[in-house]
Design a protein. Structure first.
Length: 525
């Protein structure tokens, strides 16, 4: 039998509380080389020969890890269990998904003791995780019926906020966590708790903001690949993986439920007073929108059937939220289409000059405080906008820096310091070019919004570096208030999309307008 190695894996025991600063941003959290001790993991090749195994396999099978490596799985497990696993692989195909099998035998000599299996495919490897069963072979039916019931209740929620609240309530009732939150990511990677359900006596996090560094980029990538992540106890010792040889690559555990967790994140939870946690991804069109984040102040590891419900709930919730947001977007698209149909006769007759009669309707397309149109150096405006001189200065700056490009900023004076000469220039600008060469623009403005943001701790000190260059997660989550000035409400992706569609519609009409010897916009604004 080949010698065994703990090779290729970063040696980061769970109780380690610090990492070098340069390592944290590059920490390979998808290949920790260890599992949480709630079951065992075994990985096999396409020929079903064992390539990796967790060191604790001897707690479940009458064989040590060193004797298991290189063996055929067929010799280790009962034939009916191997048959079920082979069938699961056929169902998976090449999909980056996990198939679960409830209530299977693990040993040839045991009749009454059943186990829950999960299997997924990573590259050319089948990764199998095994835990003692608590639901028997009826788990799949229980999962389906529970999810149907939960989804039915979700569908009864009207509006986005009630949907969030119902989701947190249902997950807390299902799992028994003390705090369940909807955590929404902002475009800069920071996040906000927008809904929560609490056990009596649990501290609220509703409305708190968290800096982007609290959930680093590689963690967000994992959330897009795997619907669910659990931590059973922040005081658990991890169980290392062994591999067949030094040449065996570290096992990618992105989809593994038992995957050990970054020691920095474990310490982060300890600093919050959290002992166990779970995170369900919320994906809209395949992109990470947020999380259903769960906290317990005591050890808590959920059985496989409950975890399956959580995964399916996350998928159904994501689809429902995507649908609800799609309905809102469709309503805005319908209004825009109606506006363009109304504009068509005026623009055909008057060219760009016809826009001045529709500025109020245009302002209603994108939430703003004022709108202006600039055509051939002439300005027409509606509601709160800067002076004509200030607008023309902005147009010159846009032409020089972003000629012909749609541009959005909530802090325009920070981008173009020359605008400081106009003390009351609104910081929010969404600039929509109306000609390929620039100079002609539709401009949406938003006034300054002085806001107070409450962070869970100082966002500028989210990682602490000691004199030895060692990085630790922050230890304080006390509310930290920050006042934000000289900034408007941010333009959303939907705002920008509507503006882009409006631009396309207007330019299509204007550029196809029959030439009649007059310059576009000549007939007065």
């Amino acid at each position: 039998m080949a010698a065994t190695f703990k090779n290729g894996y970063p040696q980061m025991p769970l109780r380690q509380e610090t990492l070098p600063l340069t390592e944290c941003d590059r920490e390979p959290i998808h290949t920790p080389g260890a599992i949480q001790p709630y079951g065992f993991l075994i990985a096999v090749s396409r020929l079903w020969n064992v390539t990796h195994v967790s060191e604790n396999i001897a707690d479940y099978l009458p064989a040590s890890a060193s004797t298991v490596l290189g063996c055929s799985l067929i010799t280790l497990l009962p034939p009916e269990t191997v048959h079920a696993l082979r069938g699961a692989v056929q169902i998976l195909g090449s999909a980056a998904m996990t198939e679960r099998l409830f209530g299977l035998k693990l040993r040839h000599d045991e009749e009454a003791v059943l186990y829950d299996f999960s299997i997924h495919i990573i590259a050319d490897t089948y990764v199998i995780e095994v835990e003692p069963s608590v639901c028997g072979n009826g788990g799949r039916n229980d999962v389906s019926s529970t999810v149907r019931m939960m989804f039915g209740r979700l569908q009864q929620s009207r509006g986005i906020a009630p949907l969030f609240q119902e989701a947190t309530r249902q997950i807390r009732a299902l799992t028994g966590y003390d705090r369940v939150m909807i955590y929404r990511f902002a475009e800069d990677g920071s996040g906000e708790v927008v809904a929560e359900s609490l056990r009596s006596g649990t501290e609220s996090c509703l409305g708190l903001h968290y800096p982007a560094t609290d959930i680093p980029r590689q963690a967000r990538t994992l959330y897009e690949r795997s619907w669910l992540r659990l931590i059973g106890d922040t005081e658990d010792k991890t169980c290392p993986l062994l591999s067949l040889s030094e040449q065996t690559a570290p096992l990618d555990m992105s989809l593994s439920t038992l995957r050990a967790v970054s020691p920095v994140h474990v310490q982060y939870l300890r600093n919050m007073g959290v002992v166990a946690s779970a995170s369900i991804s919320i994906l809209l069109s395949g992109q990470l929108w947020g999380l259903i984040a769960c906290h317990a102040m005591r050890p808590l590891w959920l059985a496989a059937d409950r975890r399956a419900v959580m995964e399916m709930f996350g998928q159904m919730f994501s689809l429902l939220l995507d649908s609800r947001k799609g309905e809102i977007q469709q309503e805005r698209d319908d209004r825009l289409r109606d506006l363009l149909e109304d504009l068509l006769p005026a623009l055909r007759e008057q060219g760009g000059g016809g826009l001045r009669h529709y500025l109020a309707a245009i302002a209603d397309m994108v939430p703003c405080d004022g709108v202006a149109v600039v055509l051939s150096g002439t300005v027409s405006a509606y509601q709160l906008v800067p002076s004509e001189a200030a607008i023309m200065t902005l147009v010159g700056l846009l032409d020089h820096a972003r000629r012909g490009e749609l541009y959005a900023s909530a802090r325009i004076r920070a981008v173009f310091p020359a605008l400081a000469q106009y003390p009351h220039f609104p910081p929010g600008v969404l600039a929509v070019p109306l000609s390929p060469e620039g100079s002609d623009y539709l401009l949406f403005f938003r006034q300054e919004t002085i806001s107070t943001v409450t962070w869970a701790g100082n966002p500028h000190g989210s990682k602490l570096q000691g004199e030895d260059g060692i990085l630790s997660p922050r230890s304080s989550f006390a509310a930290w208030t920050e006042t934000v000035e000289d900034q408007s409400l941010a333009w959303t992706t939907t705002d920008v999309r509507i503006a882009a569609n409006l631009r396309a519609g207007l330019m299509d009409i204007l550029l196809r307008r029959p030439a009649n010897g007059q310059q576009r916009g000549e007939q007065g604004l």
